[in-house]
Design a protein around this ligand. Sequence first.
Ligand code: GLY
Length: 427
Amino acid sequence: MGINILIVGSGAREHALTWKALQSPLTDTVFCAPGNAATGAIAINTGLQATDVEGIVRFVKEREVGLTVLGPEVAVAAGLADRLSTAGRLVFGPTRAAGRIESSKVFAKSLMNRAGVPTPAYRVFDNPASAKDFVRGERRAFVVKADGLAKGKGTLVARDAEDTLECIDMLMLRRTVGAAADRIVVEEKIEGREVSLLALVDGERILPLAPACDYKRALDGDKGPNTGGMGGYSPVSFFGPEAVERAVASVLLPIVQGLRDEGTPYRGCLYAGLMVGPQDIQALEFNARFGDPEAQVVLPRLETDLITLLEATAGGDLAGLSASWTTRSSVGVVLASRGYPGTFTTGYPIEGLGTIERDVVVFHAGASADPSGYVTAGGRVLTLVALGDSMAEARDRAYRNVDRVRFQGMTYRRDLAQREVEAPALR
Ligand code: GLY
């Protein structure tokens, strides 16, 4: 008999984790907290919210859950892993203290400096006047980041000095992300290509996953506002095995060692947002969880049993384990409601899901079920992921199948993975 798994969260990332967990021979039942309509069709939704720490601990005991997997950052920040560990339960996800690497940008930047990790220079401010004085003195563009969790809306990349002042006002005066921006980081803007390197970390050892790129801006050509992520692809031609090795040595290892030395060892998925320049790799940010949409494009390429890897990570014993990946490429397209990440309307029937081709999976996020089928219920509605023998094939297949799905106001980026097809970097 296998083990019962609880996946915490309700987005497309958690749908992908649920889908992959169900492929494991080690899995008995998969529960979701709370899950979404599509996870309810393949697993058991519990109705428990991701931050309902006491409710989840009770459920884990009652239903003999052998492994709880934390999806969203709010579950980490709520201290769910701490409580489950204290209760003697196996949990994949960091403690609240280790999770500060995501929940406090100030903590993350200062840890990077203490650990000697290459990262853009920065200043911390807790009032807008001094932040703006600094920017006026420098007369150039910066990246402005809210210290706290802000659902992907806390990082603003300014065009010039004037725009940097506007970004500071947005976060600190107009309080677009609330108390998360009571403190801000004003960071040097650097050039390069962004890549997401996710790794399983057992407190000490690091097992990197396949690199992925995500697209954070709403519109083609990286225009429009930042979103939670509009799609992505894996593998990444400009970030091959040698670059992964360098990033593990220069970024992930010092961070993992630093957290351990400071008495807050990290267990779970550590997500490094990296900027790859001609000379070096710099760390822009860390997240204390799988990325979304990175999980949706990386997990379908994983050939090793997911539950074996997650259990070993949670148990502090990744020694001797490795992950193998299909050489096939994946492209994930987020289908969103028009207006996202601003205001949008929902409740529209989603049509065409039954016509999707083989080798294509659709992970649900903002979709609910009514008697006639699925209807839209959020900003990011679906991530459609296609595999192909080449990036071009994966991309063609993804967009061909996007054409088969319809809902009122459906919007998506049309340029995902285009650069990989038109001008892949030399491997
Ligand atoms: N892909 C960005 C994130 O997961 O935060």
